[in-house]
Write a protein that binds this ligand. Structure first.
Ligand code: MN
Length: 183
């Protein structure tokens, strides 16, 4: 059997003017991105608003640092989860997630540190930017858990947003990129 193509997914916890989780899936040569104010849920009965935002380049997937004051999205960013995903093709779509993106329904299996198993992103009818992220019903669903309260730190550096802000204030923050501290 042919190995399914694995693509990157990442979730960056970002404390800008409002705290949110940037959920990004690699497709069409970029990271398609949604801002999720409440973060993901492991409960299949919970629908989390996911607002489509600008595409990001794939190299941004493991960016961690503090976006400087005065820039768009100023505030700390940490990698809350990262891994790859298996796209579950729409009936006639072949192996191109962009087909499902355009159709407004993307089904996939996440292989992250914290998020695993089936999920779906659904565009709300008649809307362009408002989608819902929903956990699929599988053995990895966990309706009793509150994953965003349980897990607050970076999966890469183990830092919290508060620690990053403090380190930045002290001038000792290292920005994490491509698995390495860059400065
Ligand atoms: Mn953001």
């Amino acid at each position: 059997m042919k190995e399914k193509k694995r693509r990157i997914f990442t979730i960056q916890k970002h404390s800008a003017s409002h705290l949110h989780y940037d959920f990004r899936l690699e497709m069409g040569g970029v990271l398609k991105s949604w801002a999720i104010p409440k973060g993901p849920s492991l409960d299949p009965s919970v629908k989390r608003l996911a607002v489509l935002v600008d595409d990001h380049e794939i190299a941004y997937a493991d960016f961690e640092g503090v976006i400087e004051e005065g820039s768009y999205g100023a505030g700390p960013v940490l990698v809350w989860d990262m891994g790859d995903y298996e796209y579950m093709p729409a009936s006639k779509g072949g192996d191109d997630p962009m087909v499902s993106f355009m159709a407004g329904k993307i089904e996939f299996i996440l292989h992250g540190h914290r998020l695993k198993g089936r999920f779906v992103l659904l565009r709300l009818k008649g809307q362009e930017k408002n989608w819902l992220l929903i956990k699929g019903k599988d053995e990895l669903a966990a309706p009793d858990r509150d994953i965003v309260s349980e897990e607050t730190r970076s999966v890469l550096s183990k830092r919290s947003l508060e620690e990053m802000k403090e380190k930045e204030r002290m001038g000792s923050l290292k920005t994490y990129r491509c698995g390495k501290d860059v400065h």
